[in-house]
Design a protein around this ligand. Structure first.
Ligand code: S3P
Length: 174
């Protein structure tokens, strides 16, 4: 079923690295369908991620992510932007291993600035008295997990440039 040129393209990386923005641009360039796993979960659940965490707990949300990973692993030709922890779960990696997987990276100071500024997309994990401290702790905890994927630095690069870099990478390595 899977043909090499049509492999799913998955974007992972910490919250605030631009996965959704870059994923949308890339999908447009490649004329592919775009999926954002957080948005898909919210649509299916009919409630926000924040509400899911508050009402059902983080474990329930992680199970929803795993169900979606399984489902997407059966498809091809997609550009998929994932929630920040989605691709750190070995079960999710396993069902999506036949994909291009890129990890978007940004400097910790930049992430703290972006995420504490972003009041629109509320992240339940950062709903703590000192979100800056939590960001640094989570980055440290997740560093090893993210490092298994191809790293794409986004510092000082507009999303359009990041999408171009991904496209070049795919074209040169297909
Ligand atoms: C999370 C990241 C969020 C969302 C949820 C948990 C995480 O997605 O899935 O709030 O654990 O890193 P973004 O990375 O798109 O913000």
């Amino acid at each position: 079923m899977h043909n090499k040129d049509n492999k799913n393209i998955i974007l992972t990386g910490f919250m605030g690295t631009g996965k959704t923005t870059v994923g949308k641009l890339l999908a447009k360039k490649l004329q592919r369908e775009f999926i954002d796993t957080d948005a898909l979960i919210e649509t299916r659940q009919g409630r926000t991620i924040q509400a899911i965490f508050a009402e059902s707990g983080e474990a329930a949300f992680r199970q929803m992510e795993t169900d979606i990973a399984r489902e997407l692993g059966e498809k091809e030709g997609l550009v998929i932007s994932t929630g920040g922890r989605f691709m750190l779960n070995p079960a999710n990696i396993q069902v999506l291993s036949n994909s291009w997987i890129f990890c978007l990276v940004a400097a910790p100071e930049e992430l703290v600035a972006r995420l504490t500024r972003d009041k629109e997309n509320r992240r339940p994990l950062l709903d703590v008295p000192d979100p800056g401290e939590r960001i640094i702790a989570l980055l440290q905890e997740r560093q090893k997990g993210y490092q298994r994927f191809i790293q794409i630095t986004t510092d000082n690069k507009p999303p359009e440039d990041v999408a171009k870099i991904l496209l070049e990478h795919i074209t040169h390595n297909s």
